[in-house]
Design a protein around this ligand. Structure first.
Ligand SMILES: N[C@@H](CCC(=O)N[C@@H](CSC=O)C(=O)NCC(=O)O)C(=O)O
Length: 277
């Protein structure tokens, strides 16, 4: 693992790191904020999965999470959203290909050789983090935004034994039922919709996945709310499955990092409480 940069911030260290990923077959860059802590202490960890067009840098530079993480003693990790580089398949559109990995393991060409983001986030990166940072992997939470909110919900629901807390900002809650998701899932996984069910929070819940609680933040002025996000579908799925969902509809907020940064500290505190930071 190579250190790209490390900066002191808010009583901790904000780092950016790069490594050669076996899952994606590419170099991958991610950021980690580590609050100062006693030697030998192991800290709980909050994963943040970003949305379409993002790298690790969007939330790292605009998320405003560091003060809350330092106060709670929680490590914050922001991975990239896809493999990148020459020789990696791409698409001219912003919602497919590089920057739009949708947190799936692709089975279709030309994506399958590199677009293995499920394996990367669920298996490879956690192992690397456990090797290099003072993390308590028994205390993990996960959150994310938009496509990354979809990633947080689906990865959290599929791995409820690993993630004690799951939240999301403006998540794509039902990708199998909205244009962004239909395009991505058909492209990466093919036309058999049975293969999509493990990558859709609502169908995962229909199929038996459970969480102790879910927290979702959503702006009412979000330009993607009605066509792509549809939080009411998650509310219905959670009600049917008796999953306690807190859905905070925030008046006048849009889809941007102005919205996320307004409430990310609240989510850090919510996770910290559940992770007993
Ligand atoms: N057409 C826009 C769409 C890109 C966009 O809005 N990306 C969001 C995530 S959307 C769902 O996953 C985002 O987080 N952008 C980065 C940012 O820093 O705001 C475009 O191409 O800009």
């Amino acid at each position: 693992m190579e250190t790209v940069s490390e900066n002191r911030s808010h009583g901790g260290t904000q780092g950016v790191y790069r490594h050669k990923s076996t899952a994606t077959g590419t170099d991958m860059t991610f950021s980690v904020f580590v609050p100062d802590h006693e030697a030998g202490a192991k800290l709980p960890v909050l994963w943040y999965l970003s949305g379409l067009t993002c790298t690790h840098a969007n939330v790292t530079e605009k998320g405003e999470y560091r003060a809350a993480c330092a106060k709670a003693g929680i490590i914050f990790i922001a991975p990239d959203t896809s493999p990148r580089g020459e020789g990696v398949a791409d698409d001219d559109a912003y919602d497919m290909g590089q920057g739009a990995g949708f947190y799936v393991d692709a089975t279709q060409q030309p994506w399958a050789p590199h677009f293995q983001m499920r394996s990367y986030i669920e298996d490879e990166l956690p192992a690397l983090i456990a090797e290099h940072f003072q993390v308590d992997m028994a205390r993990q939470g996960i959150t994310g935004h938009s496509m990354g909110g979809h990633g947080a919900l689906t990865i959290g629901l599929r791995n409820a034994d690993r993630f004690a807390s799951i939240s999301a900002f403006s998540p794509v809650v039902a990708p199998a039922s909205v244009p962004w998701g239909e395009k991505a899932l058909s492209g990466y996984l093919g036309e058999d919709r049975a293969a999509w069910r493990a990558y859709d929070a609502c169908t995962l819940i229909e199929d038996g996945a459970r969480a102790d609680a879910l927290l979702v933040e959503q702006g009412t002025a979000d330009q993607f709310l009605e066509e792509q996000l549809k939080p009411e579908l998650l509310a219905e799925a959670c009600a049917n499955a008796n999953i306690p969902l807190t859905l905070n509809m925030r008046d006048g907020y849009d889809h941007s990092y102005y919205f996320i940064s307004s409430f990310l500290a609240d989510h850090v505190a919510w996770h910290a409480e559940r992770l007993k930071a």
